[in-house]
Design a protein around this ligand. Structure first.
Ligand SMILES: [Zn+2]
Length: 260
């Protein structure tokens, strides 16, 4: 980054749980596995939510759709394990057709109310292109939309899905949001120390890479940023949002009640 913009360091002091909402198996590993690893080491429970079943992610005619879905789940679980991620939730929408439909918003809202993360990571819904040579996959944009629309206005508003109270899922407001693939990033995490493991996590998605070793070299070259002192470092950067007065203060409130 050669611009003058000041990058913020992460503030995870009040983060106990983080939820990563992405479109496809392998998306979290490409976009934020290094961050997930650092969080996990600090004792933060990280959950991945994969919105689609990834059933279009292969051109091998010998593999059936159902085989591919199962393979990709296994691959994503293996990658998550390498990163210290606690759980992976598969929402099983059809790959390539993800839309921010009301039914999915409700399902995602239910998971947010159940997991109660202080921090969510999701892709940018605004990114149509990636550099000059790629159209961003529409599922990535729509995963961003699905996540944002569940976070606000649904998850913390008791008027949305009042029936969930019967399931024990109270409204929940997150404190921080990290958006990946955004043009205007302001949170920077140095993931150099975990780069090898991040690449292993990416390469866990074996169905996606015909030439894993070539991929390994390419990833290192593509992502490495040469510093003034000559070293090469790797970063994950996000557009960070913070929200005031999270409503989920139950733990704090309980403590106060107990000391009254
Ligand atoms: Zn993807």
């Amino acid at each position: 980054m050669s611009n003058e913009k000041k990058m913020l360091s992460p503030d995870w002091e009040a983060v106990e749980r983080a939820l990563v909402i992405m479109a496809h198996p392998d998306d979290p590993d490409f976009s934020c596995a290094g961050t997930a690893m650092q969080m996990a080491r600090q004792g933060i429970e990280v959950t991945y939510m994969i919105l689609t079943n990834g059933d279009k992610g292969n051109h091998n005619p010998l593999i059936t759709r159902n085989q591919l879905i199962l393979m990709r789940k296994e691959e994503q679980r293996a990658a998550a394990e390498l990163s210290g991620v606690k759980d992976v939730i598969f929402m099983d929408e059809e790959d390539g057709f993800l839309r921010p439909i009301p039914e999915l918003r409700k399902r995602v809202t239910r998971e947010i109310r159940r997991i109660r993360p202080q921090l969510i990571i999701c892709p940018s819904p605004e990114r149509y292109f990636s550099g000059n040579g790629y159209i961003n996959h529409p599922d990535h944009r729509n995963a961003g939309l699905v996540a944002l629309e569940a976070i606000f206005p649904a998850a913390d508003n008791p008027m949305f899905y009042p029936d969930m109270a019967n399931e024990g899922y109270r409204p929940h407001k997150i404190a921080q949001l990290y958006v990946t693939g955004h043009d205007d990033v302001d949170v920077e995490i140095d993931v150099t120390a975990d780069m090898e493991t991040k690449i292993e996590a990416i390469l866990s998605h074996k169905s996606q890479f015909a030439e894993p070793e070539q991929m390994r070299t390419w990833l290192k070259e593509r992502w490495g940023e040469k510093q003034e002192d000559g070293t090469v470092r790797h970063f994950e950067r996000f557009r960070g949002l913070r929200f005031d007065r999270p409503r989920d203060r139950s733990a704090e409130e309980e403590k106060k009640e107990a000391t009254k």
